[in-house]
Design a protein around this ligand. Structure first.
Ligand SMILES: N[C@@H](CCC(=O)N[C@@H](CS)C(=O)NCC(=O)O)C(=O)O
Length: 214
């Protein structure tokens, strides 16, 4: 058995953060498929009792330890590997600030937007989609501005704050109905820098469950 197991599925940008980090740090890991769309395993009593009481993916398993919340999983991996780790109190707080902003307002809106637009059956209410799109545009503009002055979110080197913020950003533009990279040149360049890191893989290559069964 591999050292780490990650409960995940290909369409999950929340899980992708952790899968990508595991790959980038060269960890010995394997995915455990969460059948989110067909069986809805994350909603079962068993999953909530044995895997994650919050009913979510990702969950990172390391020996007897089970961690959820991608920000927590990445912090754990950064502390153990020394890679993508914010250095010192100021950087640690700054990374946490961007991870929370991301979870709530960047990928925290992008994930549900893409789900309601492209994956949910029936698709979401247009008024809800319009609300989310307004929030997404405003928050992507904040990230775009941040990246105008520095190559990575905290400065000169990539940290877990970057790996959090890229969560949904490599999925195909058709799934969102708009092209984030084409509309944000600093975000596009930053996505390119992260993509160039050794071990980078696309979410559909890294995690099981793509394509979805017809
Ligand atoms: N903030 C969490 C978000 C996790 C999350 O919402 N995961 C989704 C899958 S992408 C989920 O499992 N949702 C449960 C459900 O909708 O039933 C993280 O970063 O890990």
């Amino acid at each position: 058995m591999s050292e780490y197991q990650l409960y995940c599925f290909a369409q999950s940008g929340n899980a992708y953060r952790v899968a990508l980090m595991l790959n980038l740090i060269g960890a010995d890991w394997e995915p455990v498929f969460v059948d989110f769309f067909v069986k809805g395993v994350q909603r079962t009593t068993e999953y909530r009792a044995e895997v994650n009481e919050m009913g979510e993916a990702p969950v990172l398993v390391h020996g007897a330890r089970k961690l959820s919340q991608s920000g927590v999983c990445m912090t754990y991996l950064a502390d153990r590997s020394g890679k993508f780790q914010p250095q010192g109190e100021d950087e640690r707080l700054e990374a946490l600030r961007w991870i929370i902003f991301d979870n709530q307002k960047v990928n925290g809106y992008l994930g549900p937007y893409r789900f309601l637009r492209t994956l949910a059956k029936p698709p979401g209410d247009p008024a809800v989609l319009a609300f989310l799109k307004g929030r997404i545009d405003g928050n992507l503009a904040i990230v775009e501005k941040r990246l105008a002055a520095r190559p990575f979110i905290l400065g000169e080197r990539p940290t877990i704050a970057d790996l959090s913020l890229v969560g949904y950003l490599y999925y195909p533009p058709e799934e969102f109905g708009f092209d984030i990279a084409a509309q944000h040149k600093n975000i596009a360049a930053w996505l390119g820098r992260i993509k160039a890191l050794p071990g980078w893989k696309h979410p559909y290559e890294l995690m099981p469950g793509y394509p979805l069964p017809g």
